[in-house]
Design a protein around this ligand. Structure first.
Ligand SMILES: Cc1cc2nc3c(=O)[nH]c(=O)nc-3n(C[C@H](O)[C@H](O)[C@H](O)COP(=O)(O)OP(=O)(O)OC[C@H]3O[C@@H](n4cnc5c(N)ncnc54)[C@H](O)[C@@H]3O)c2cc1C
Length: 456
């Protein structure tokens, strides 16, 4: 049922019986549906939500998977718990309690600073292509089930096109069905191939800037995962041009390798796999081709014009956090959009008023994130500075009661557990700068280097 708005200003808003189309049932689409229905119920508003999602998240391999490294940040786990969204043990492939940082001059291990804080590694789909028996459950599948549990309807179809009819978005699926909605929410991720469907809407929307990344799964079996990786995420800060950072993550019977940067291609992947540091993380006999691989796009800069009357873009196709905690950003944009739709309205002016601030917060934080990663890029090819960093982390890890200045900065940068501006602020604190400079000077001086050898 389509109901005309009743606002004096003639602005569209959701009313009893309004229909909402959510295109894409990944984290952003599932979170949005979950919160929209929940908030609407609290306002005694009866809305119908259809989630269009063609993937079967319970099928192994790329067809059932929204490719990603699958690290759920500790801050997101805690926030979701306060929303009543808990990750059941079947969804968590592994609880992560430390990060091992590999550089060209050595490695160090950083343990989670607060014991209760745990990071989870998950599979977005059922698991890699060669999975024979599913022991775990898909993260995206779990979120979608939660949204369905709230009352959303899952339409297992791909949206082929969206156009305007009678001033409202009309959704056409590839199985030939079409329907009119009061609000269309795009949660379609960043694959440029998905954008054809919005051409007819003639929006001001300009998609996010993207880069290619790479994910590869290696079957090791549980025992060898324990032996080679343990409960640790292995992070690599190596001077390979075009590679921002790489990670190897333990998940069930597999190790997931993830490479992110502006120049990730086949050659870069091969040069990373052949580094001594990467080889140490995987048994020698493992086939470097892996059992499942993909090269998904990653959002490098937010979309422009992410909303208009009756339309909003959330998650990766809108704004997301640079390199880290994209699922956390999907949660933030989804909740901000759902709150706006229920409490403000669904016009461009409404999104501008209550959705845009969240969007801007993410994008402004990414500007600082770019500086943080530029500094990482500088450090990773400077032997002594890198040595100073490792020395400072090692010292802090040996004295867990002392301030964990560098450990905290490295931890939060790579786990995505804190905003970039918070991380940056800590790096310009005089105590941080003094300790870092002191440790770097000790690296340069032969006396300091000798002492370090004894201490380490
Ligand atoms: C290499 C890599 C590693 C990453 N690692 C992490 C990590 O460790 N932790 C983290 O938090 N984030 C990580 N991210 C980011 C994370 O994957 C994204 O931020 C997150 O998936 C965004 O969720 P979304 O719902 O916006 O988009 P997506 O997860 O991409 O979901 C989009 C959905 O839309 C559906 N869809 C697309 N077109 C249509 C259509 N026409 N009709 C119907 N449905 C459609 C798709 O099937 C899909 O299910 C990583 C990303 C990459 C590329």
């Amino acid at each position: 049922m389509i109901i005309e708005n009743s606002k004096d200003t003639n602005m569209p808003e959701l009313q009893n019986g309004s229909k909402v189309a959510v295109i894409g049932g990944g984290p952003a689409g599932a979170f949005f549906s979950f919160f929209l229905i929940d908030l609407a119920k609290r306002m005694d508003l009866d809305v119908h939500v259809d989630i269009f999602e063609p993937r079967d998240f319970f099928k192994p391999g790329p067809r059932g998977c929204n490719m990603c490294a699958g690290i759920i940040s500790e801050s997101l786990i805690q926030t979701l718990a306060t929303e009543g969204i808990n990750l059941p043990p079947k969804v968590v492939q592994r609880g992560i309690d430390s990060y091992v940082l590999y550089t060209s001059t050595g490695k160090t291990q950083i343990k989670t600073t607060i014991d209760e804080k745990r990071i989870a590694s998950v599979y977005r789909g059922a698991g890699p292509r060669d999975l024979t028996k599913a022991k775990w459950k898909s993260f995206d599948g779990h979120l979608l089930e939660l949204a369905i549990g709230k009352g959303a309807r899952h339409k297992k179809a791909k949206v082929a096109g969206v156009n305007w009819r009678k001033g409202r978005p009309e959704i056409k699926t590839n199985d030939g069905e079409s329907d009119l909605y009061d609000l269309a929410v795009f949660a379609i991720g960043v694959n440029p191939a998905n954008l054809k469907m919005i051409e007819e809407l003639q929006l001001k929307y300009r998609p996010p800037k993207t880069a290619k990344s790479h994910i590869r799964e290696f079957f090791l079996g549980q025992d060898r995962v324990n032996e080679y990786l343990g409960n640790n995420v292995h992070i690599f800060l190596l001077p390979i041009p075009g590679l921002e950072y790489a990670a190897v993550i333990p998940k069930g019977d597999y190790a997931t390798m993830c490479l992110i940067g502006n120049g990730v291609d086949g050659d870069l992947v091969n040069s990373f796999i052949s580094t001594l540091q990467a080889r140490r993380c995987l048994p020698e006999e493992v086939d470097p081709k892996g059992s499942c691989r993909c090269s998904p796009f990653i959002n490098m800069k937010a979309a422009v014009g992410a909303y208009s009357d009756r339309i909003v873009f959330i998650g990766d196709c809108g704004a997301t956090r640079l390199f880290k905690d994209g699922i956390g950003a999907a949660y933030k944009t989804a909740k901000a959009a759902a709150t706006t739709a229920v409490f403000q309205g669904i016009s461009e002016r409404d999104w501008n008023r209550t959705y845009l601030p969240t969007y801007r917060l993410i994008e402004n934080d990414n500007k600082i994130g770019r500086v943080v990663f530029a500094v990482n890029g500088f450090i990773k090819s400077r032997k002594y500075v890198l040595g100073g960093l490792l020395r400072m982390v090692n010292g802090e890890q040996q004295r867990p009661d002392s301030p964990q200045r560098m450990s905290g900065v490295v931890w939060d940068t790579f786990t995505g557990s804190a905003m970039y501006r918070n991380i940056f602020k800590r790096t310009i604190h005089p105590s941080f700068l003094f300790r870092f400079s002191w440790n770097t000077v000790r690296e340069i001086s032969p006396i300091g280097r000798n002492q370090a050898t004894k201490e380490d």
